[in-house]
Design a protein around this ligand. Structure first.
Ligand code: NDP
Length: 505
């Protein structure tokens, strides 16, 4: 796998980025109905990258109409399961073929290192379409041994049908792969989709939509409406023509989506924020753990819902682990994502930089100590002076009364705390409105299983961190969300189960 795009793929990516992008509705590209456009900015320089169509509610209505028509009269619902699966497999092939181009588009738009975009964003997208490409031919129902009144002889069986038109609203941290987390299972189960990417990072999703069409997805099955969340996302969430909304983003907006969906009681799945505890037991190897703890927070500039943002280290190894985490943070190369040496890129936007900076300031005001980082990196190249960079940051002397411990920062800021009693540790780990994930490091099997059972989180990693797979369910307890993405569990989110009773008497 290369992390530097070839000359051809780099040219393709830059030409794609520079285009005047439209809305994909019913298989054709359109400007917004009122001609409105949004600027997309390069986070490494703060300069405009390109413009996007800013969809209006009228455009969303058109996209929903196209998706409904495709559901009712396009070849999509009538395709045999194997043929439907084949379209998803063809999408996976095309994404893999265009991996370098897509990785560069993602890096230019989001800021992340090209190597991360290539391995994680593109790699995950390929795996998702491959995994879900196998599902259409395996969506079996059951025959159920029922006992009806009056001695009737009855055949009762279930079938799984598409839920209908799906509205998918996705964030900016892993733009194309978050879109694919929803698209792949929604398409595998025979639905049609209206997709709204994040306003900051729509480009890779627009290119993915072109590849979906090239792979044979019929017109209208996937519609993409770029624009503002308060307009496009809100209209999708409330739309009476949409049967299900699948959302990833902040808990605050997740609540708005859930409320808006009550109009037609559409189905809702929510993948929301996190403030994940990363726990180190006294027997863990400080050097190995420090590396994992640093990766757990600094990966993707800390803009990861599963970021291991609360580090709890047993007091016997706290000093050694913290010293190694700080060393690692200081060694990370921060720079533009297109420089092969870069390990951490800029944050996605000026707004996100302001948010993260304000959190560090609030931590200091409340008594936290900046062990490293906290400001802008020195020695950035001239054109990156106005980029949205921040140093990898570690805060110590923190406690659960502080905002930086309680709230999701969504940036490269780690808060570190000592512990000595395991019951107290577990109660601190669970002292959060979130419950997305947790990590723990130990060779003590009994403690590992006990803590894994006691932590209220949808995913627990033991002696590893941030592993996900299309075959494994992912989602949150508490305010981290509703429902599960991926795995066989997600199929229920995108299907209705019909129970059929046939009187054989
Ligand atoms: P948001 O929740 O605002 O955005 C996620 C998506 O929802 C975007 O497409 C956004 O559109 C859209 N949206 C915004 N407002 C509405 C609305 N009223 N109705 C429907 N959709 C809407 O996240 P942000 O981008 O503002 O990030 C803020 C915080 O959210 C982060 O700091 C982080 O804490 C959390 N977050 C969590 C993520 C996760 O993976 N769990 C991912 C991203 C963010 P638009 O792009 O126009 O804003």
């Amino acid at each position: 796998m290369t992390s530097t795009p070839t000359a051809t793929s780099a040219t393709d990516a830059r030409q794609f980025v520079a285009r005047e992008h439209g809305l994909l509705i019913g298989g054709a590209w359109h400007p917004a109905s009122d001609g409105g456009r949004l600027e997309s900015v390069d986070p490494a320089t703060g300069r405009p990258l390109t413009t996007l169509a800013a969809a209006t509610p009228v455009d969303v209505d058109r996209a929903v109409g196209a998706a409904r028509q495709a559901l009712e009269s396009s070849p999509w619902p009538a395709l045999s399961p194997l043929d439907r699966g084949q379209v998803l497999l063809a999408i996976a092939e095309l994404v893999e073929e265009h991996a370098d181009e897509l990785a560069l588009i993602e890096s230019l738009d989001n800021g992340k290192p090209v190597s991360v975009a290539r391995a994680v964003d593109v790699g995950t997208t390929v795996k998702l379409f491959r995994y879900f490409g196998g599902w259409p031919s395996k969506l079996e129902g059951s025959t159920i041994p029922v006992s009806p009144r009056g001695g009737l002889r009855v055949l009762n069986y279930t079938v799984h049908e598409p839920v209908g038109v799906v509205g998918a609203i996705v964030p900016w941290n892993f733009p194309m792969s978050m879109a694919s987390w929803k698209l792949a299972p929604a398409l595998a189960t025979g639905n049609t989709v209206v997709l709204k990417p994040a306003e900051e990072t729509s480009l890779s999703t627009l290119r993915l939509a072109e590849l979906c069409a090239e792979a044979g997805l019929p017109p209208g099955v996937l519609n993409v409406v770029t624009g503002l969340g308060s307009v496009v996302g809100a209209h999708i969430s409330a739309h009476p023509g949409i049967d299900k909304v699948a959302f990833t983003g902040s808990t605050e907006v997740g609540r708005l989506v859930a409320r808006a969906a009550t109009g037609n009681l559409k189905k809702v799945s929510l993948e929301l924020g996190g403030k994940s505890p990363h726990i180190v037991l006294p027997d863990a190897d400080p050097v190995q753990v420090a590396r994992a703890a640093a990766d757990g927070i600094f990966f993707n500039q800390g803009q990861t819902c599963t970021a291991g943002s609360r580090l709890y280290v047993h007091e016997h190894v706290y000093d050694d682990v913290l010293a190694a985490v700080v060393d690692h943070a200081r060694s990370l190369v921060v720079g533009p994502g297109q420089d092969p040496a870069t390990e951490m890129g800029p944050l996605v936007s000026a707004r996100q930089l302001d948010t993260v900076t304000a959190y560090v300031e609030s931590g200091v005001e409340q008594g936290a100590v900046v062990a490293t980082g906290g400001g802008r990196p020195a020695c950035l190249p001239g054109e990156n002076q106005h980029g949205y960079f921040i140093q990898p940051t570690v805060l110590t002397a923190t406690d659960h009364s502080m905002k930086v411990v309680r709230e999701e920062i969504f940036g490269p800021v780690l808060v570190a705390m000592r512990w000595k009693d395991v019951d107290d540790l577990v109660s601190k780990a669970n002292d959060s409105p979130y419950g997305l994930s947790a990590g723990l490091w130990t060779n003590d099997l009994t403690q590992a299983h006990r803590i894994a059972a006691a932590v209220k989180a949808g995913t627990v990693w033991v002696n590893c961190y941030n592993l996900t797979d299309p075959a494994s369910p992912f989602g949150g307890y508490k305010e981290s969300g509703w429902g599960r993405e991926m795995g066989r569990q997600v199929l229920e989110e995108y299907t209705e189960t019909k129970s059929v009773w046939v009187n054989l008497t």
